[in-house]
Design a protein around this ligand. Structure first.
Ligand code: COA
Ligand code: ZN
Length: 306
């Protein structure tokens, strides 16, 4: 295995978008800053979506403009459509994450357009972004299972990969939006994709609804994937996907990778501080099984690089 893995921290977006407690922009900013201070190099800091649909993500432009972008972290912003792209670009985003779908009903529920229209919007955005000098990450929602259509046909995801990876997009992230995937399924999907297109093109995004997210990370790692979305404290969930629970916790992924000898560049004390802050701000800590163990380790020794 290559020895470096990128953690794309999605707590400030996926983690906060359906919390019952709504955070202010300055609280969201505080969380993003704590995550960056822990050495996390990629952070999905918010989304440019309708504030009526997702009030927790309102004023992401203000958050973006307050970020210190001279540091080592880079920030991406989730967008569902062209309007989201324009808002992100106008606010000064350097990277956007456009959502496409492996199921027709999920596309309509989340973006009020069909799968093909979402893809068409993604292509237009990719073209514009090339000219604007903005990175585009494409995330495939419900790539493993859909709350409305059930198990997703792997052929659908293979076809999407063939279209997007062949066109040289920066990264295609396969999302288990509702946490329905199991490790054998992850392996069966990712192994041929990685063999055919190269593992560097892919990332994975797992939710922990059925307690298999960490096992799914391992399965994807074994297939060669080296980019994982995860959320501080295991916060997370999509308001438009019934049954979706928290993402795999960043703490758990980072500690597992470290024990396996894979480098993330994340500082343990900083991670714990961000984790405690996430709990303090949201009033909930649905995940992060390893946190108390980590706290115990840190009282024994000074900050360690994980
Ligand atoms: N950012 C901000 N506002 C947006 C927007 C975006 N990306 N896309 C649409 N809107 C606004 C429209 O301007 C309109 O505002 P108005 O009511 O003040 O006029 C309103 O949303 C509804 O627009 P409409 O044209 O009816 O809907 P739409 O088909 O363009 O798109 C969605 C609506 C689904 C894209 C929008 O509801 C949305 O952003 N949903 C959130 C999706 C999400 O974040 N899911 C979880 C993460 S995957
Ligand atoms: Zn998610």
């Amino acid at each position: 295995m290559a020895d470096r893995v990128t953690i794309n921290e999605v707590g400030p977006r996926d983690g906060l978008q359906s919390q019952s407690r709504m955070l202010s922009v300055s609280q969201r900013l505080q969380l993003v800053r704590a995550l960056a201070a822990a050495g996390i190099s990629r952070i999905e800091a918010g989304s440019f979506v309708s504030p009526k649909a997702v009030p927790a993500m309102a004023d992401t432009d203000k958050l973006l403009q307050s970020l210190d972008r001279r540091g080592t972290a880079s920030y991406s912003f989730l967008i569902p459509n062209m309007k989201g792209y324009e808002l992100a670009r106008n606010a000064g985003a350097e990277s956007v994450t456009m959502v496409i779908y492996a199921s027709e009903i999920m596309a309509r529920k989340n973006a009020r357009m069909g799968m093909a229209d979402a893809e068409r919007a993604a292509w237009k955005i990719i073209d514009l972004a090339r000219a604007d000098g903005i990175e585009v990450i494409v995330i495939v929602a419900v790539a493993f299972g859909c709350p409305f259509e059930g198990v997703v046909n792997p052929g659908t995801v293979h076809d999407i990969a063939t279209r997007f990876v062949a066109a040289g997009i920066h990264r295609l992230v396969l999302a288990d939006t509702i946490g329905a995937a199991h490790p054998a399924q992850v392996s069966a999907l990712l192994t041929p994709l990685a063999r055919h297109h190269g593992p560097g093109a892919f990332g994975c995004h797992f939710h922990d609804t059925r307690a298999m997210a960490l096992a799914n990370v391992y399965a994807a790692l074994t297939a060669g994937v080296r980019w994982f979305d995860s959320s501080i404290g295991g916060l997370g969930g999509c308001p438009f996907a019934p049954g979706a629970s928290g993402n795999v916790a960043t703490e758990d992924v980072v500690v597992m990778l470290r024990q396996m000898g894979l480098e993330t560049g994340i500082d343990a004390a900083g991670l714990l501080a961000a984790s405690d802050l996430a709990t303090k701000l949201t009033g909930t800590a649905p995940g992060g099984r390893v946190r108390e163990w980590l706290r115990g380790q840190l009282t024994k020794s000074e900050s360690r690089k994980l």
